[in-house]
Design a protein around this ligand. Structure first.
Ligand SMILES: Nc1ncnc2c1ncn2[C@@H]1O[C@H](COP(=O)(O)OP(=O)(O)OP(=O)(O)O)[C@@H](O)[C@H]1O
Length: 679
């Protein structure tokens, strides 16, 4: 045991107020702590105790030198480690006093240890993996994807009207995610019960498993009992296309009710949207106004209306649905989540804003409620505490949906969920790694290892040879989608010409496709809204077989015709892979996905699949060069025409496009050209 030297208090410290003195002492202590660390470090590595001695400490240390049995190391540290405590009863400067401390309390820096590579048991690995993930998220309620329930099953709690509507629209059974979510929402909610929070729900279910109806049906069921139109359900989605798709679903299932649905996407003018959602009254209403019961919005536009539309309010909201949740949480979209939660929080905490009246003389304070408020009764008449006086939690139920729900604790925390539960639709017999991403069981996946120059011909081969009637082909960029669409269409034109000349060598291989049809079209953000709609309609009708797109429609879009997905450029992230291939094999239908993996990408791609426990699901297929031979002449002609086209448009390009982009065009033309030499 040894004693810390008392700190000499300087004169003006004595004149300070207790608060300032305390503050100052804390600062001094902090400085000394820093010094102590520095000294300990010096001592440890260089053994230079003298360097750090002040006059006072030096004297003291000399005095104590003989008495103390402690090592030099510890002594040096101790001299600079005065720990002050402030006496709560007497907050004056006198309260600073000495404290006895054990030498063991001192921490000195040790030299860096050498580590053996740790060998982790599977349990340890699992525990580390779960680090920071809340319990409810680590332990989901797991529902088997094969679970189904008749739409008439009373446990769902759907009304006869809604059941009939479902049957009219061809829905006779509920899919797994619907059997889990519909009863949970319908039975737990009543419109009149505004104070009981039913608990938030996070749902992870594979692509195409019917997540949209899992929230659309119960919301319609609950809200159709409302008397007055108020904004009670808000659905947030990342893109306009998805908003339009979900609006369409609400529209068809709401038929026969008086529920009104609105959208906010920025596709219409701000004033027009305001008029549609809140009306155009210049008067401000306490309760806001709403012309819709259900609002479907993109995050950016929602925030604009929250801050700029006078009568737009979330105070009557009962459901906040965040669809494609991980995408919405990944991108800030003008910090939409914070703004929205703030808007909700303000409503739920109005009770906190009551004025507080203090009666210091009698030692009471209470809120300025009416005379018989619970707080008054508790304070003055010793009534037991009533739940009325407690701060109310907002009764808004948050519902999160995704095929690839995030487990990032920080992102989950940002949602401020209340009593959340996590429902996951996944096969029960899979191990931990595998359940990371559940893909539709009806999906068959393949990879074709090839060179970059062979990829266009591979797509043509797949298109003509495996009877693709309706495929989505994903490229890494809009430019790439544009070029590929042109090249494939030029191939089709050449094939047509050759066929007319009657000496075609490729007829046998391409005979499955009628002559002169539009084979491929581009679908990208370069097209106008009308052009995109037009292309999509043609694709839906079957007039276009191959839709070549960037990731614009990789998520959420439900095109029931898609029987094949081609990853022309493989995705770098597993989530992206899951969403892309999930455009096929939807709602229990069969589907195939082909990934064209360039030789240098194989290792990364396989590792990505392996980490997700998915490698054995993707079969490697080998397309021999001689299979492609009959197509090569026609392809070469298409390629020549394409190069001509590029040359002609070069003047246009050089006027409008930065040099770097032209280089990319040229490089790609070279690699397209290399196909013949390679093969
Ligand atoms: N019970 C059902 N019976 C028949 N078809 C259904 C049923 N539920 C949903 N569907 C259909 O399944 C398709 C996919 O549904 P939905 O778009 O909701 O999937 P999702 O899970 O949201 O997929 P993604 O994660 O890709 O967005 C839709 O065409 C939908 O009409």
């Amino acid at each position: 045991m040894f004693q810390i030297q008392k700190y000499e208090v300087d004169a003006d410290l004595q004149n300070l107020s207790p608060a300032s003195a305390t503050e100052r002492l804390i600062r001094i202590n902090d400085k000394l702590e820093l010094k102590r660390k520095y000294i300990a470090k010096e001592e440890n590595f260089e053994k230079k105790p003298e360097l750090i001695k002040t006059r006072e400490s030096n004297e003291n240390s000399i005095k104590n030198k003989k008495k103390s049995k402690i090592s030099t190391n510890k002594r040096v540290v101790s001299e600079f480690d005065p720990i002050f405590e402030v006496n709560e009863e007497d907050k004056g400067i006198n309260s600073v006093h000495q404290r006895q401390i054990e030498p063991e309390e001192f921490k000195v820096l040790h030299s860096f240890p050498t580590f053996d590579k740790p060998i982790q048991t599977p349990q340890e690995a699992a525990a580390i993996k779960l680090l920071g993930i809340p319990d409810w998220l680590a332990n989901p309620t797991v529902i088997d994807p094969e679970t189904k329930l008749s739409i008439d099953d009373p446990s769902l709690g759907l009304s006869i009207r809604l059941k009939n509507r479902c049957k009219t629209l061809g829905i006779h059974e509920c899919f797994a995610v619907q059997t889990a979510i519909i009863p949970l929402l319908v039975h737990n909610r009543s419109l009149s019960d505004i104070h009981k929070h039913p608990g938030d729900i996070c749902v992870s279910a594979p692509t195409g498993s019917g997540k949209t109806l899992a929230y659309v049906l119960p919301i319609i069921e609950i809200l159709s009992k409302r008397v007055v139109t108020r904004l009670r359900a808000l659905v947030v989605l990342p893109t306009r296309d998805l908003v339009a798709q979900v609006k369409e679903t609400f529209d068809v299932f709401c038929k026969g009710t008086s529920l009104k649905i609105g959208v906010m996407t920025g596709q219409q003018s701000f004033i027009h949207e305001q008029e549609q959602i809140v009306g155009s009254s210049p008067e401000l209403f306490m309760g806001g106004t709403s012309k819709v019961d259900i609002l479907i919005a993109t995050p950016g536009r929602l925030i604009e209306h929250l801050s700029l539309s006078p009568n737009f309010t979330l105070q009557h909201l009962r459901f906040l649905i965040i669809d494609e949740a991980d995408r919405l949480l990944n991108q800030s979209y003008q910090d939409w989540l914070n703004h929205t939660l703030k808007a909700i929080w303000l409503i739920s905490n109005v009770t906190d804003k009551r004025e507080t009246i203090n009666f210091d003389s009698i030692g009471f304070s209470f809120n300025n409620d009416d005379a018989i408020s619970s707080i008054t009764m508790e304070t003055f008449f010793n009534f037991p505490k009533m739940d009325m006086s407690e701060t109310k939690i907002s009764a808004i139920q948050k519902l999160l949906f995704s095929a690839t729900l995030t487990h990032n604790p920080a992102k989950i925390a940002s949602l401020r969920l209340v009593n959340p539960q996590y429902i996951s639709i996944q096969s029960l017999d899979k191990d931990e790694a595998e359940i990371k991403y559940t893909l539709p069981t009806t999906l068959k996946e393949f990879m074709i290892i090839t060179s970059s120059s062979m990829k266009p011909l591979m797509v043509i081969y797949l298109l003509y040879n495996i009877h693709i009637s309706s495929a989505l082909c994903f490229t890494k960029s809009v430019d790439s989608a544009h070029r590929l669409a042109q090249l494939i269409q030029l191939f089709e034109d050449s094939r047509l010409k050759e066929s007319i000349q009657k000496n075609s060598t490729i007829d046998a291989i391409t005979s499955t496709i009628p002559m002169g049809s539009i084979i491929a079209a581009e679908y990208s953000s370069d097209l106008s809204k009308d052009e995109r709609k037009n292309v999509l309609n043609k694709f839906k009708r079957g007039d276009i077989r191959l839709l070549i797109c960037s990731d614009l429609i990789a998520r959420g879009i439900d095109l029931d015709r898609v029987n094949t997905v081609i990853n022309y450029d493989v995705p770098v992230y597993m989530k992206k892979y899951v969403h892309r291939v999930g455009r096929t094999a939807r709602a229990g239908r069969n589907g195939e996905a082909y990934s064209l993996v360039e030789t240098q990408e194989v290792r990364y791609f396989k590792n990505m699949l392996k980490r997700a426990g998915h490698l054995d699901k993707v079969k490697n297929i080998n397309i021999k060069s001689n299979v492609l031979d009959p197509m090569k002449d026609t392809y070469q002609k298409a390629l020549n025409t394409f190069k001509e086209y590029m040359k002609n448009s070069r003047i246009h390009i050089t006027q409008n496009v930065p040099i770097s982009n032209i280089e990319i065009y040229e490089n790609d033309m070279q690699s397209d050209n290399a196909i013949l030499t390679n093969s």
